[in-house]
Structure formats: structure tokens, C-alpha cells
Design a protein around this ligand. Structure first.
Ligand SMILES: [Zn+2]
Length: 115
């Protein structure tokens, strides 16, 4: 018997009311079991969500530092550190972009076509 029927012990109730109380208490017990199962599922999902958040933040932070593809090591770690005019044509020629790779440490340049 449940709490409600224990409290009502000794109180004259008719058989129909007593049966309804037993039904409600078994319904409450089923809800409590379901609630416990749902809490367990939520705990698993929250743990998975934390993992996914961590992976997502790692991907986003990699994107944030995503640089030019280094011609030496092929990693997207080329960081632009200077842009200068073409050495022969000056401001009328191409611009030269100078990079340093944060992965292998080598420096390289690329010409940016003037338009
Ligand atoms: Zn490199």
C-alpha cells in the first residue's frame, strides 16, 4: 500500500474509493519509475552535449586561427605578417603578401594580382 492508503487506514471508505486510491498509487509509482528513467537519460544526454560542445568549440577555435595553406607543410597555419608593393612596379604592380607558417616556421610569399 502507498502513503495515501496508509493515512486513510481506519477511515471508513467504500470499496470503490479504496480501489481508485490503489490505482492512483500504482499510477504514481509508474510515473516515479518513468521519471527516474528520464533523469538517467537526461544525464547521458547532458554528458554527450558537453562533449559535443567541447568538440564544436575546438573546431571553431581552429577556424579562428585558420590561415593560409602553407606550401611546405600543407597545413592551414600560414599567418599573414606583411603586405608590400611589388619590388619592380611599386604601387602599380601586384601586391606581395608575406606569410609565416605557425606549424613549420617557414616563411613564404604570394602575389596578389592587382585589379
Ligand atoms: Zn608550414
Amino acid at each position: 500500500m502507498g502513503v495515501i492508503t496508509d493515512i486513510l487506514t481506519g477511515v471508513p471508505l467504500n470499496a470503490v474509493l479504496r480501489e481508485r486510491l490503489v490505482d492512483k498509487e500504482s499510477y504514481i509509482a509508474a510515473l516515479e519509475t518513468e521519471n527516474a528513467a528520464l533523469k538517467a537519460k537526461i544525464a547521458v544526454l547532458e554528458a554527450e552535449n558537453a562533449d559535443f560542445r567541447a568538440k564544436f568549440q575546438k573546431i571553431e577555435s581552429n577556424k579562428a586561427v585558420h590561415g593560409d595553406i602553407c606550401p611546405y607543410c600543407q597545413q592551414p597555419k600560414g599567418k599573414l605578417f606583411d603586405i608590400r608593393p611589388d619590388e619592380h612596379f611599386g604601387v602599380f604592380g601586384d601586391k606581395v603578401r608575406y606569410y609565416k607558417c605557425e606549424n613549420c616556421g617557414k616563411e613564404y610569399d604570394e602575389r596578389q594580382r592587382c585589379q
